[in-house]
Structures are given as C-alpha cells and as structure tokens.
Design a protein around this ligand. Structure first.
Ligand code: HEM
Length: 481
C-alpha cells in the first residue's frame, strides 16, 4: 500500500500529509468527540472552517477525519467516483444491517449495476409521463390544506410535506397509490422518519454498541424496520402480480420497481431479491425528507422575505390564470422565479450539508495526500455562502439566479451543489424540482400565508439527522377568496 504513497510524493513534491493540516484542540483518547454534538455536526464543522480554513482535520475517538470546504476540490473528488472515492464502508455496512442497502450505499460493480435502472425510472421523460398522477396527488394535498385553513388549524409543515413526498415517490417509482395525504390512520412515514435519524446516530456512534446490547431506541427501530419491510414486500408483491397479468411489462417496465423485478428475473443480471427490496426502501428514504425539508425551508424563507414572496406569487398567479394548481407540464417551465427561489433555498439551507466520502486508493487532492480508506467530509454550504463566490452571500436573493451578468449562474451552479456532482449526482433531482414547483405553485395560487414559524419565534433551529431539517415549523393559511 505504501508503494502508492511513494509514487504520490515523487510525482507531487509539494504535497503534504493530512497530519500537517490544522485541527481543533482535542483530548487524549477521545479527540474532538465531546465537541461533536450529532444534531449540530454541520454547524460545528462550519464554525471550525471559519477558524481553520478550507482544509482541516478532526478526530472522533480513533477516527481521523479530513474536512474539505473548497468547491473545486470537492468537485474533483465527487467526479472521481465510483473508482477513486466511495460511500464509506461504515455507511454501507450499517445500512446493510438495517436492510436498506441500495444504489445510495452501494459501491463499485454493485453500484454500476443498480444506477442505470434507477436513472431510467427517474429520467425527465418518465417523470413527464407521471405528471397527470402528480396533479391528482397535488389536488389531494391542496384539499388537506384547504381543510386546515377552513378550521384555522396550524399545519405541522414537515410532517404534512412528507406525506406528499412519500405519496409521490410511491406513485412514480412503484406505481402504488398509497394516499397517506387523506389518511388519518397509521401511515408509512411514522416508520420511515425514524430510519434516517437512526442511521445517522449509528454512523456517528464511537463504537457499534447495538451489536452487543440494544437500547430502547434500538428496539423501537427494529419494530419500525419490520413494519417498513412488510410495506416494501407489499409493493413488490403487487408489482409482481401486475407483471404476471401483463407480461409485456417485463420488456417495457413502466416504473422503477417493475424494471428491478424484470432484471431480478433475468439470468445473469446480478440483481437479487435483496437488491429490489433495498432499492424500494432507498427510494422512499431518499425522496422523502430531502424534498420535504427543502420545501419547508423554502416556505419559511419566502414568508420571511415578503418581496420575494410577492414576486413568486405574482408569477404563479399570472401563469395559472386563476387555476388552483398547474394542470399542464408546460406551465412549470414558465415559473423561472419560483425555480430561482428553489435554488436560493438550497444554497442557503442545503438539506445535505455534508457529503461523506472514503478514498478507495492513495491519492492527492489539492496538494493533500489522502491515503486509501481515509474518510473525507465535504462541507457543501461553505463555498455556496462565501463572499468570494456570491455577492451578499447570506441574503436570500433569488433574483441572483436570473441575472446572467452577475456571477454567472453557470459558475454559481458549480459552487452550490445541493444535489451533489459527478457520476453519483442525485438521480431524483428532476422529480424533486417538479414536486417543489408544484407545491409552491399550489400554495401561492390558492392561499395566503397567515404565519410560518416556530412556537418560540425567530429562525428555526437546524437539526441534522442525516438530512438537515428546520425544527418545529408550523404554518397557518387562509384560503384565497
Ligand atoms: C430537494 C430534494 C433532494 C436533494 C437536495 C437531494 C440531494 C442528494 C444528494 C446531495 C445526493 C448525494 C449526491 C452525491 O453523492 O454526489 C443524493 C443522492 C441520491 N438521491 Fe437525492 N436529493 C433530493 C431528492 C431526491 C429524490 C426525490 C429521490 C428519489 C425519489 C432521490 C434519490 C437519490 C438517490 C437514489 C441517490 C443516490 C445516488 C447514487 O449514489 O448514485 N433524491 N441526493
């Protein structure tokens, strides 16, 4: 292994080892563990970045972690996948234990096999053909919010938005109309929303205690996972039945689950039952919190910025001409300001503020020698909110995304990477953008925002639980006359 290192130092004489980088002071044995409050990890790392610069290191007990906050270096690493950088071995093994290893956690050949199927299920043409069903789900969602407005009740923003995103993902990826929006029974989200926080808790734990003893949270997690696996088996069984009744679906699958089952049943495909189930759960998890949290942040930021809110509202009402929500796919292309609000929200409140990588081989990035198996945390918000790249970088100013002259949007997009970059760029980004435009258009066309905020007032707290969410956001609406 040291051969690789020797090559690196010979080729790049000015490179330096990670140990030469600055680091926050830590304690013997535990290192910086006591400063690493899990739910605020991204904030702590951003704070250290202000002190130590774009490249530094910290230690979580015995694990030394390299932190990089420079957009160019981050882009280089994200593009050097799947070969040079991987999802961490720790993520892959913990996800496997929990039964949801799929395209998000896979590496190498396994990832290469799964990615095209997922991409095909989420490509723009596919999403366009799903549009009529998306309109139906959005109508139901508008109905839920109309009832809340008429009753004068405060809406738990994130919980409601998650009902929407789960219904949409299940409809698009599995052809299943689960309609949690209109259900008051126990719904799948009550189990889903426990999984990512638990995954994150285990990822950050100094050792894998749950293999030796289970805390109440671990016992509860087992129940939630069992319920979810039952639901996933149900989606797969229903899709299989549909494919048996209509064999042409094997050659031309209409959604992700059908494509995966067809591959599973083809000799030599390398796709097995566990891959199908793992990816069904992966889709639900990857599509739920991310989109719902971004929407919650966007609604909050719009309500806190009345001029942007008024401009977005005028744009929506002009395009819909009095209609309650977009009814034609083409209408969504006519909402550039709403799209700019989405980009601006993701710049300031990226729900994936950290992308965590593991080097697969010895390499050098930005003059830093990175040995194989080194964990690297990429700080995604730091460059996107840096005055070097964006004027008045902390301000919510969606118009910056519409002005080609000022810090050209193209270069802005290379610095703000809310969906990641390179070969593992989020395959759900078209769907996410469509969902976000639909919900914002429906909200601004049919309602006035009476209040959006937390019980204690002020900025909502940022909480990292794999994805980053606003804590305790409630919204009151008034139906438009
Ligand atoms: C606003 C909403 C969303 C955001 C901000 C977001 C963000 C991200 C990010 C940062 C990554 C990692 C990319 C990388 O490593 O370079 C990712 C990966 C992924 N996302 Fe999303 N995502 C969103 C919505 C969705 C949706 C709706 C789906 C599917 C229904 C989805 C499915 C996935 C999958 C499967 C991956 C793993 C891709 C791979 O490793 O090859 N995402 N997403």
């Amino acid at each position: 292994m040291n051969d690789g290192k020797a090559i690196i130092t010979t080729l790049i004489p000015n490179s330096k080892p990670i140990s030469a980088l600055p680091a926050p002071p830590g304690l013997p044995l535990v290192g910086n563990l006591l400063s690493l409050e899990r739910e605020r990890l991204h904030l702590t790392l951003e704070q250290w970045r202000r002190k130590y610069g774009d490249y530094y290191r910290f230690r979580n007990v015995s694990r030394e972690v390299l932190v990089i906050a420079d957009a160019e270096a981050i882009g280089t690493m994200l593009r050097d996948r799947p070969d040079g950088f991987l999802r961490t071995a720790r993520l892959a093994s913990i996800a496997r234990e929990m039964g949801f290893d799929g395209v998000f956690t896979a590496n190498g050949e396994e990832w290469r096999r799964q990615r095209p199927m997922v991409m095909a299920g989420l490509d723009p043409a596919h999403i366009k053909s799903y549009f009529p069903a998306l309109v139906r789900v959005t109508e139901r969602f508008a109905g839920r919010w109309r009832r809340a407005a008429a009753a004068g009740t405060a809406i738990d923003l994130q919980a409601d938005l998650m009902r929407y995103t789960v219904d949409v993902t299940a409809g698009l990826a599995f052809g299943a109309d689960i309609n949690t929006i209109e259900s008051d029974e126990e719904v799948i989200q009550q189990h889903l929303d426990k999984v990512l926080p638990a995954l994150f808790r285990r990822l950050m734990a100094p050792f894998r205690y749950w293999r030796y003893f289970r805390l109440p949270a671990d016992r509860a997690l087992r129940e939630h996972l069992a319920e979810l696996h039952r639901a996933v088996d149900g989606f797969i069984a229903t899709a299989r039945k549909r494919m048996d009744a209509e064999p042409s679906l094997r050659a031309s699958p209409t959604n992700l689950i059908e494509a995966m089952i067809a591959a599973r049943d083809t000799d030599g495909s390398g796709v097995d039952d566990a891959d199908v189930a793992g990816n069904v759960l992966t889709m639900l998890l990857a599509g739920e919190d991310t989109t719902a949290n971004t929407l919650a942040w966007m609604i909050y930021l719009l309500s806190a910025n009345p001029a942007a809110l008024a401009r977005a509202r005028d744009e929506v009402r002009a395009v819909l001409g009095g209609g309650p929500l977009p009814s034609q796919y083409e209408q969504l292309a006519k909402l550039p300001f709403v799209e700019a609000c989405t980009n601006e929200t993701m710049r300031l409140r990226p729900v994936a503020p950290l992308i965590i990588l593991e080097a697969s081989r010895d390499t050098v990035v930005a003059g830093i020698e990175i040995p194989a198996k080194q964990v690297v945390m990429c700080l995604m918000r730091a460059p996107a909110t840096d005055e070097r790249h964006f004027h008045d970088a902390q301000a919510f100013d969606p118009a910056r995304w519409l002005d080609p002259a000022a810090k050209s949007a193209a270069s802005a997009k290379r610095v703000a990477m809310p969906f990641g970059a390179g070969p593992r760029l989020c395959p759900g980004r078209y769907l996410a953008m469509l969902e976000m435009k639909m919900v914002i258009a429906m909200l601004l066309a049919g309602f006035e925002l009476e209040s959006v905020g937390t019980a204690r007032g002020g900025e909502p707290r940022e909480q990292l639980a794999f994805t980053m969410a606003p804590v305790g956001l409630r919204m009151k609406l008034r139906g438009r006359a």
